[in-house]
Design a protein around this ligand. Structure first.
Ligand SMILES: *Cc1c(COP(=O)(O)O)cnc(C)c1O
Length: 422
C-alpha cells in the first residue's frame, strides 16, 4: 500500500479498519482533559472495561463461598487455570497442553532454565542476544553461577555489527556453529525490547538443535504482538508476561510453553510443587512427585485467581478479535509509523531520527534513535498528550497496538514531532 502523510488518509485507514471498534472496549487514560495517545502498550497494556467485572465476580464468589469456592465458584479455583490453554495456545502457536498460565515471567524463565539449562564440563554455554532485557541477563548470570560456572566464559552474546543496530540472523547462526560442542542452551527474546527487532525463531531453533543444544525464547514483547508457531518451529520452551501486549494488568500472571516431546522425559529435572502433581492423587498428600504429563506439570502453586480473572477478561477480547487480524493490523500500524518518520526525516535539512528497528523484522514497536533534540521531542510529546517511552541515552520507543491505537494517532504524532524538529 502507498501511504500518505495527511489526516484524510489516516482517517480513511481507520474507517477501513475492521478492528477499530475494539478501542471502545478499553479505558484510555486522560491527560489535560483529553484522551491521551497511548503508545506504551508494549510496556503496560491498557485496561479492558470488562476487567473489573471479571475480578469482582471472583471477589463475590470468595465472599459467598469461602474455601468452598475451590469447587463451587462459577469458575472453580481448583481448576481455574484450565480455562486458559485453548486461547493462549492460539496466541503463541502451540498445542493447548503445551501452555500453562502461572507465576510471573522471570520466575518462569528460572523454572524453565532449571529444566533446560543443565550444563556439563563440555557443554555449559548460553548463546543469547547482546542487550537482552536486564531481568533476563540477571537470570542467565545467576543460573550460570548456580551451576558453578563463570558467566564471563559461559554467556556468549551476539551483537549487531559495527554501525548496525539489529543482529543479523547469519551472525546468530554463525556464533552457534562456532561454539557448537560447548553450548548447552540458546536463549533469545522473540522481539528485542529495545530495538523492536523480531528474531528469526525457526532458524535459530534449527541451528541450536543441529548442534545438540536446547532452544528457548522469552516472548515478553512477542506474545500478542507477532505471529508465533512455537510447536511447528520445534521450540523447546518459552515464557512471556501478560501485562504488555496482553493487557492483563500490572504484574499480571505470566505464561509458559514446553514442547510436547518433553512431557514424559524423566531425565529432565524440574523444581516441583503440588500444582504440578498428578491430579488424581494431589490431595492424598503423599510422598513422591508424579508430574502431570503436560505443561501443567511445571506448575508449583495453586492459581492466583484475581490476576487470572484479569487475564481472562483480556484473552476473551483477543479471542473476539482474532490474533491473525491483530498481527496484520499491528504490522500496518507500524508500517505507517515507519513511513511517517521517514517522511519527516526527508523534509529536514539534517537527519534527526535514526530508526533502529529493522523494517522487515518488526512487530508493533518502532524505536527511534534521536540524533538531535531527543529530550525536547519526548517532552513535547508528553505536553501534547502522547505517552511514549524514553530509554537512555537517546531512544524513544513507540508502540501503536492494534486493539486500541489508530492511524490518526500516528498522523498526529508525526505532526507534533515535526513541529519540534523543523
Ligand atoms: C518486560 C520484560 C521482563 C519483565 O520481567 P517480570 O518478571 O515480568 O518483571 C523480563 N524480560 C523481558 C524480555 C521483558 O521484556
Amino acid at each position: 500500500m502507498t501511504f500518505e502523510n495527511n489526516l484524510d488518509f489516516a482517517n480513511q485507514l481507520d474507517e477501513q479498519d475492521s478492528l477499530n471498534h475494539f478501542r471502545e472496549q478499553f479505558y484510555i487514560p486522560v491527560i489535560n482533559g483529553n484522551e491521551c495517545i497511548y503508545f506504551t502498550g508494549n510496556s503496560l497494556g491498557l485496561q479492558p472495561k470488562t476487567t473489573q467485572d471479571y475480578v469482582v465476580n471472583e471477589l463475590e464468589d470468595w465472599a459467598n463461598f469461602g474455601v468452598e469456592g475451590h469447587f463451587h465458584a462459577t469458575n472453580p479455583w481448583f481448576s481455574y487455570h484450565e480455562i486458559f490453554p485453548q486461547q493462549v495456545a492460539k496466541i503463541v502457536g502451540a498445542l493447548p497442553e503445551e501452555v500453562v498460565v502461572m507465576n510471573q515471567l522471570t520466575v518462569n524463565l528460572h523454572l524453565l532454565m532449571t529444566t533446560f539449562y543443565r550444563p556439563t564440563k563440555e557443554r555449559f554455554k548460553i548463546i543469547c542476544e547482546a542487550k537482552a532485557f536486564p531481568s533476563d541477563q540477571y537470570a542467565f548470570e545467576s543460573q550460570v553461577k548456580l551451576h558453578g560456572f563463570n558467566p564471563d566464559e559461559a554467556i556468549i552474546e551476539v551483537k549487531p555489527r559495527e554501525g548496525e543496530y539489529s543482529i543479523r540472523t547469519e551472525d546468530i547462526i554463525g556464533t552457534i556453529e562456532k561454539h557448537s560442542s560447548s553450548i548447552a542452551l540458546v536463549l533469545f527474546s522473540g522481539v528485542n525490547y529495545y530495538t523492536g527487532q523480531v528474531f528469526n525463531m525457526p532458524s535459530i531453533t534449527k541451528a541450536a538443535h543441529n548442534i545438540g543444544a536446547y532452544c528457548g525464547f522469552d516472548l515478553a514483547h512477542a506474545a500478542g504482538n507477532i505471529e508465533l508457531h512455537l510447536h511447528d518451529w520445534d521450540v523447546d520452551f518459552a515464557c512471556w508476561c501478560s501485562y504488555k501486549y496482553l493487557n492483563s494488568g500490572p504484574g499480571g500472571v505470566a505464561g509458559a510453553y514446553i514442547h510436547q516431546k518433553h512431557f514424559t522425559n524423566k531425565s529432565l529435572q524440574r523444581l516441583a510443587g503440588w500444582w504440578g502433581q498428578n491430579k488424581t492423587n494431589r490431595f492424598k498428600m503423599e510422598k513422591g512427585f508424579d508430574p502431570i504429563e503436560t505443561a501443567e506439570g511445571w506448575q508449583l502453586s495453586n492459581a492466583p485467581i484475581l490476576s487470572m480473572a484479569a487475564h481472562k477478561a483480556s484473552l476473551d477480547i483477543f479471542e473476539d478479535a482474532g490474533i491473525e487480524n491483530l498481527v496484520a493490523k499491528g504490522k500496518q500500524l507500524s508500517d505507517y509509523l515507519f513511513f511517517i518518520i521517514e517522511e519527516l526525516n526527508s523534509t529536514l535539512t539534517k537527519k534527526a531520527i535514526e530508526i533502529i528497528t529493522p523494517k522487515n523484522e518488526k512487530g508493533c514497536q518502532v524505536s527511534m534513535l534521536m540524533l538531535q533534540k531527543g529530550k525536547e521531542v519526548f517532552e513535547a510529546l508528553k505536553q501534547n498528550g502522547v505517552l511514549a517511552d524514553w530509554r537512555d541515552p537517546n531512544v524513544i520507543r513507540i508502540a501503536p497496538v492494534p486493539l486500541y491505537n489508530t492511524f490518526k494517532e500516528i498522523y498526529h504524532f508525526g505532526e507534533i514531532v515535526k513541529k519540534i524538529l523543523s
